[in-house]
Write a protein that binds this ligand. Structure first.
Ligand code: KE4
Length: 440
């Protein structure tokens, strides 16, 4: 595949941008080779600057749940931008967005917008500490909650990919109150609470971890986390930056029937523009300035153009069309049903491809999030994920890229589907996978 212009751009980018990228995982360091540069995207496709068309399963790491450049989002952004790009004064769209999130996620009685998932998670941690007047936070090995100092401890995503889950530049004092446990391990969490009586402000968890590939909570695990935090006066924080409004209209908490105390969001609620949010019980959220003593702020929080994009995404997902979608004669297909069908088709196809090629693959999926690990063993946490054959992953990644399919450029990332992915897209993808796997 000709990537001359991308390669030239990368040489230029390296002169001015560290690693040539504005976010490390885009650098292809885990898979080798140079990243390609995209200047156009639509539906399930992206096109690089050399004109190569790719079926995209990264979807800008989750936001493009309706596919790229959805007409409703483009129109909403244009209309909002015509009226001004930022006011720094409350605007009506902030109220519409807050009301919509509170309506879709019952555990969220009040919500505050931010401009990234990192900010949302950082703010939720500070709020949990301010509300409980405790300092310690439990996180899980391989989970990633953005690049806030105190959570860059055995973190996933790019931190795991580049083998420095504990980043340089973070003083030990900043992480001294962060306790890391293995995910899906009940006894480890029980032992931490027993050893830190009355000191744990909260647990922050990706309900379905998507930053070490993708693996699922064991049956009863999320219920256990809810019970043990309640028993110890700690808060349960669901990091739904990736899973929110994707795994169900109300996120993973709706899919698994759990009521966290706080939740963080991002990606889908921005429709591709920079948006994060955190929300939860009103008695907790009202501790935030200007009402309470926990300070939190942001120049572009609730930005009108970003709100317009996020609202268009959520409304197209059926947030406001519930009744219509549930009408038996409704021609409008429920987007979550579509995502589930495509996910099941991809999962079945990938498993068949691996079997026919005689390549051991563990393929994990939850709704429209998925990850294939090159191992015959099950993957329930990051330690299991480390057993994947990463040399095979690298070859598979590039083989699929040359076949016109763009998968996440790291074994330790989740893949995503959109409502724009067609059955034919999936057929092409699994057909290519069967051929590439035979070369591994
Ligand atoms: P941002 O600050 O990147 O908007 O969100 C941080 C974040 C928080 N919580 C979860 C569960 C997340 O997955 C993320 C960010 N996800 C990564 C992909 N694994 C973003 C991609 C990147 O870092 O470039």
């Amino acid at each position: 595949m000709n990537r001359i212009q991308s390669d030239q751009l990368f040489v230029e980018a390296l002169k001015y941008i560290p690693g040539g990228v504005n976010s490390p995982v885009r650098a292809f360091r885990a898979v080798g080779g140079n990243p390609f540069f995209v200047n156009r995207a639509s539906g399930s496709r992206v096109w690089d600057v050399d004109g190569n068309e790719l079926i995209d399963y990264v979807l800008t790491w989750g936001p493009a749940i309706l596919g790229h450049a959805h007409p409703k989002i483009i129109a909403a952004v244009k209309a909002a931008a015509e009226l001004g790009t930022s006011f720094g004064i409350p605007n009506p769209l902030e109220v519409t967005m807050a009301r919509l999130i509170c309506g879709l996620v019952p555990s969220v009685q009040k919500v505050r917008m931010t401009s990234s998932g990192t900010e949302a998670c950082m703010s939720a941690i500070r709020l949990a500490r301010g509300f409980t007047k405790r300092d310690k936070i439990i996180k899980f090995d391989g989970c990633y909650h953005g690049h806030v100092d105190s959570l860059l401890v055995r973190a996933g995503s790019g931190a795991l990919t580049f083998g420095h889950p504990d980043s340089a530049g973070v003083p030990a004092a900043f992480t001294s109150h962060t306790i890391v446990a293995p995910y899906n391990d009940v006894d480890a969490v029980k032992a931490i609470f027993a050893a830190n009586q009355g000191q744990i402000a909260g647990i922050i968890v990706e309900p379905v971890p998507g930053n070490a590939g993708l693996y699922l909570p064991r049956p009863g695990y999320l219920e256990f986390l809810s019970e043990i935090t309640k028993a110890h006066g700690a808060l349960l924080i669901f990091d739904e930056v990736m899973t929110g409004f994707r795994l169900a209209r109300g996120g993973a908490q709706e899919r698994f029937g759990i009521t966290p105390d706080l939740s963080t969001f991002g990606k889908v609620i921005g429709g591709g523009l920079p948006v994060g949010a955190f929300g939860g019980r009103a008695e907790i959220m009202d501790c935030l300035a200007p009402l309470g003593p926990v300070y939190q702020a942001g120049t572009l929080s609730g930005n009108p153009v970003a709100m317009a994009a996020g609202l268009a995404n959520l409304q197209e997902l059926g947030a406001g069309r519930d009744a219509a979608l549930r009408r038996p004669d409704s021609a409008a297909r429920c987007p979550y049903q579509q995502l589930e069908e495509r996910g099941a088709q991809l999962e079945a196809g990938m498993k068949d491809a691996a079997k026919s090629a005689g390549v051991p693959v563990t393929f994990n999926r939850c709704g429209s999030m998925f990850c294939g690990y090159f191992t015959s063993q099950p993957v329930h946490n990051v330690a299991d994920a480390m057993h994947s054959d990463r040399e095979k992953f690298k070859k598979f990644f590039h083989g699929m890229l040359d076949a016109g399919v763009y998968l996440a450029p790291s074994q330790f990332e989740s893949g995503f589907l959109s409502t724009a992915h067609t059955a034919a897209d999936i057929e092409k993808t699994v057909g290519a996978a069967a051929k590439v796997m035979r070369t591994l």
